[in-house]
Every structure is written in structure tokens, then in C-alpha cells.
Write a protein that binds this ligand. Structure first.
Ligand code: ATP
Ligand code: MG
Length: 466
């Protein structure tokens, strides 16, 4: 009912601030004028009545003093001339003198018949005895005409006042409305994405105060978000460097192995070739082994180059996901191997799967997940980590699962928060997952912890380039 009532009222209240202001000003003027009219009307009525009473009193005493002696001495001549004079007085239309026991002594009347009149009857006393009376009629037409005239003039003044007030209301409404819409248009601009918007016209009044406050606020927000953006970029960098540092021992080992194989094999081959003790076939197969080892080293170096470069300024481009996954895996392979953690790789994607993005950042996310899984499985008897990749026609799904049985719900809530870590001081920054999430979301993808998997599983979903 209340909602109905409100919407019913809303039908009559204009939405625009300017129209509302005009309406309020006009209505308040109307109320003000109506009050003035009422007060004025009753004041005029009161004043006129008072004057009439005074006039009646004055007539009574005037007539009494001029006829009293003539009444006592029954001087009809004088009474008659008093009557003639009385009828000449303004507004007196009838004048009758009665004497006790003699009925009417004198009666005069004008031939004007008033529309509204007041009859007055006044008894005359001599030494406490009623000796007669004088009756007279006062025409109220003149007074009424005066009253109407005054009221008409008042109404006219009010009418013009109302017109002037309405014009003023329109002017004030337009002025205030214009100032308000200047503010509104600026805020709209800001809201629609023009974050550098600032008001240029700033007055010294309350509107100017709002505009100035807005300018300061927008500036502060911009500065804050700029420094937040910088901080985010720095975080991405520093967490990447930390991960690289952690991996570097493994990487050195990873490179050393094939390198010593290459060295061993080349020394061995040089001797054999010198002595002519090797067949071409054998030489070729040994050289292939050396080539393979060199390729492995090249991959690792490539991976390192991709991850360690500052990718913030890289353009988003179509990148093949296969090599990114392979490079990431080869970067941490040795670390897993030397800690006896099994690293499985299950992929069902073709070699021509492309996503739109920055390869270094995607590889950083994969390494973050592999690093977390690696850390987690250290606590379990069964130690394995599985990286899998699948693609539908639209989406690429990469997931990292480890041998853990999931993460406690109270920790899951906070996983993605920046700086949340359960690791020892100096071991984890707590930035890995939050940065990974923001990287994947920047790539228009989804990054989440899979609460329905039997094991601990994190998922990356990215849209494919078609
Ligand atoms: N695979 C996992 N199994 C169990 N817990 C995990 C796993 N991955 C992440 N976590 C939990 O989430 C927390 C946050 O992970 P995140 O990668 O954001 O930070 P971190 O690994 O602690 O530090 P950083 O990655 O910055 O070195 C970890 O401290 C850990 O408690
Ligand atoms: Mg981590």
C-alpha cells in the first residue's frame, strides 16, 4: 500500500530537480498570498465595523443633544428642522422622531433605497425618564462599495505578485537547475569512464565547493589507483623473481646434466674418430644424442628467458600454448626429480591450440601452481603432481592436481587474498595465487580452486583463439 501510495504521489511530483524547485517556490508563494488575503480580509472587516460603530455613536449623541430640549417643550418646528438637517447627513436615509404618548412627531426619508442598511433606534431620557426616541437608518452601500474596492485592489496586487513570483521561481529554478546539471554532467562523464575528468568552471559558492571536492576526490582516486597498479606490477615481478630463485638450483642441475653428457660424448667421439674406430652410423646416432641434449638446454634457456623478462609491457598476442606448457615443465622438472616427487603430464591438446595473451605471464601462473603443489606434497607420504591440459572448441583448461586431499575450507576462503600464506616467514610471500588470479582474469579467463576434486586441484580456463 505504501509503495502504491508513493508511486501515486510520484505521478504529481516532477522528477526534475528544477521543476520541483519551481513547484515548491510557486506553492509556497500561493500559500503566503492566501494567508495575507485572509488576514487582510478579516482586518478590513474589523476596521470597517469599528468605524461604523463610532459613526453610530456620534450620530446618536449629535441627534440627542439637538432634539432633547425640543422634545421636552414639544417644539415641533425645531424637531422638524433637525429632521431636515439629519437627512442631509451622509448615508442617513430615514429619520423618525417619536415622543412618548404622542407617537410619530416627525418622519423624513430620502428617496434613495439602499441595498443594505442598518436601522438604529435610540431612546432619549430626561432626568431618568424616557421621553421619546429617534430612529434612523444608515445606508451601508457606500461602505460595502469601499470594502469591495479594497478587496479587489488586494486581489489585483496578489495576482501580479503571483505572476512575478512564478517568473522568479522559473528563473531561480533554471539557474539552480543549470548549475546542478553542470555538476551532474561531470559526474556522468566520470562514471562512464573518463577518469581524468575535472571541473573547469568553479564558482565560490556551494556548487563550487562540490565541484572542487569532486576534483580533489577524483584526483586522489586516480593517484591511488595508479600507485596500486604500480604495486601490482611490482608484486608480479618480485614473486616471479622469488620463484626463479627457488628454481635456479634445479635449473643449474638441469643444464649441467646434458652439458656433461655432451662434453663426455664429444671427447669420446673425438678419440674414436681420430683412431677411425667408429662407423658412420654410430657417429650419426651419437651426434643425434648430442643434438637432443643441446635441444634440452636450449628449451630450458628459452623457458628462463620467457619467465624472467618483464612482461608487463608485452602486447597481448596469439600464442601457442603447447610450448609454454613444455617450457614451464622443463624449468621445474629437475626440482621435482631431485625431491622424489613424481611429475605427470597428461595432455590431450593438439599442437595448434592458440590463446590470446602474454606467454611469460601464463608460464608464470603454471609455475606458481606447480611450485605450490611441490611445496604441499612435501608433507605427504605419497608425492605426485599432475599437470593436465584439455581443450574444447572454445576453452583451454589447464589444471594442476597434487596428491593432497584438498584444502581446509577455512583456508580456501582466503587462498586468493594477497599476502595470505601458511608458509614459514621468508618461504612464501602469499602472492602467488592472487597474482595468478589477476593474470588469468586479465586474459579474460577463470582461475579457481576446484572444491569438487578428490585431490587438491587448481584450474585455469582460457578462451581459445579461433
Ligand atoms: N596445492 C596446494 N595444497 C595445499 N595448500 C595450498 C596449495 N596451493 C596453495 N596452498 C595454500 O595457499 C596459500 C597461498 O598460496 P600462494 O601461492 O598465494 O602463496 P604462497 O605459496 O604461500 O607464497 P608465494 O607463492 O608467494 O611464494 C599457501 O600458503 C598454502 O597454504
Ligand atoms: Mg605460491
Amino acid at each position: 500500500v505504501k509503495a502504491n501510495g508513493q508511486s501515486f504521489l510520484n505521478l504529481f511530483i516532477p522528477q526534475s530537480f528544477k521543476l520541483r524547485l519551481i513547484l515548491i517556490l510557486t506553492i509556497s508563494q500561493l500559500l503566503f498570498l492566501a494567508t495575507i488575503m485572509l488576514v487582510g480580509y478579516s482586518f478590513i472587516g474589523h476596521t470597517i465595523q469599528e468605524q461604523l460603530d463610532k459613526r453610530v455613536m456620534a450620530y446618536k449623541s449629535q441627534f440627542e443633544s439637538s432634539i432633547k430640549t425640543a422634545m421636552i417643550s414639544l417644539d415641533t418646528g425645531t424637531l422638524h428642522s433637525v429632521g431636515q438637517q439629519a437627512i442631509m447627513l451622509p448615508d442617513i436615509t430615514e429619520f423618525v422622531i417619536y415622543i412618548e404618548n404622542h407617537s410619530v412627531i416627525n418622519e423624513v426619508a430620502t428617496n434613495k433605497i439602499p441595498i443594505s442598511k442598518l436601522r438604529v433606534s435610540h431612546k432619549v431620557f430626561a432626568s431618568g425618564i424616557n421621553i421619546g426616541r429617534v430612529d434612523f437608518t444608515i445606508s451601508l452601500d457606500g461602505i460595502n462599495a469601499n470594502k469591495s474596492h479594497i478587496i479587489f485592489t488586494m486581489l489585483l496586487i496578489c495576482f501580479f505578485e503571483l505572476i512575478i513570483a512564478s517568473l522568479l521561481a522559473v528563473l531561480i529554478g533554471s539557474y539552480v537547475g543549470k548549475r546542478a546539471s553542470y555538476l551532474v554532467s561531470g559526474i556522468e562523464k566520470y562514471a562512464s569512464g573518463d577518469l581524468s575528468f575535472q571541473y573547469e568552471k568553479i564558482s565560490n559558492d556551494e556548487f563550487g565547493f562540490i565541484a572542487r571536492s569532486f576534483n580533489t576526490m577524483a584526483q586522489n582516486i586516480n593517484e591511488n589507483s595508479n600507485s596500486l597498479e604500480k604495486l601490482r606490477a611490482q608484486n608480479i615481478e618480485s614473486s616471479k623473481m622469488a620463484a626463479l630463485g627457488e628454481m635456479s638450483a634445479g635449473i643449474a642441475h638441469e643444464i649441467n646434466n646434458p652439458l656433461s653428457i655432451i662434453l663426455g660424448k664429444t671427447t669420446f667421439l673425438v678419440e674414436k674418430v681420430k683412431l677411425g674406430l667408429i662407423s658412420n652410423e654410430n657417429l650419426e646416432s651419437e651426434l643425434h644424442k648430442i643434438e637432443n641434449m643441446a635441444n634440452r638446454i636450449e628449451k630450458i634457456i628459452n623457458g628462463l628467458r620467457i619467465v624472467s623478462r618483464n612482461s608487463e609491457n608485452d602486447l597481448m598476442e596469439s600464442v601457442n600454448i603447447g610450448p609454454i606448457i613444455e617450457d614451464s615443465l622443463s624449468l621445474c622438472m629437475q626440482r621435482f626429480r631431485s625431491s622424489d616427487v613424481k611429475l605427470n603430464f597428461k595432455t590431450q591438446i593438439n599442437s595448434d591450440i592458440y590463446i590470446h595473451g602474454r606467454s611469460a605471464q601464463i608460464s608464470q601462473v603454471i609455475l606458481n601452481l606447480l611450485g605450490n603443489a611441490f611445496d604441499a606434497v612435501q608433507n605427504y607420504d605419497e608425492k605426485w603432481v599432475e599437470l593436465s591440459a584439455n581443450a574444447t572448441t572454445e576453452t583451454l583448461t589447464i589444471s594442476v592436481t597434487d596428491s593432497g586431499n584438498g584444502i581446509a575450507p577455512n583456508i580456501v576462503e582466503k587462498l586468493m587474498l594477497p599476502f595470505f600464506t601458511t608458509k614459514a616467514i621468508g618461504k612464501g610471500t602469499g602472492l602467488g595465487l592472487s597474482i595468478s588470479k589477476s593474470i588469468i582474469e586479465n586474459h579474460k579467463g577463470k582461475f579457481y580452486y576446484d572444491q569438487y576434486s578428490g585431490n587438491t586441484r587448481f584450474v585455469i580456463e582460457l578462451p581459445l583463439v579461433r
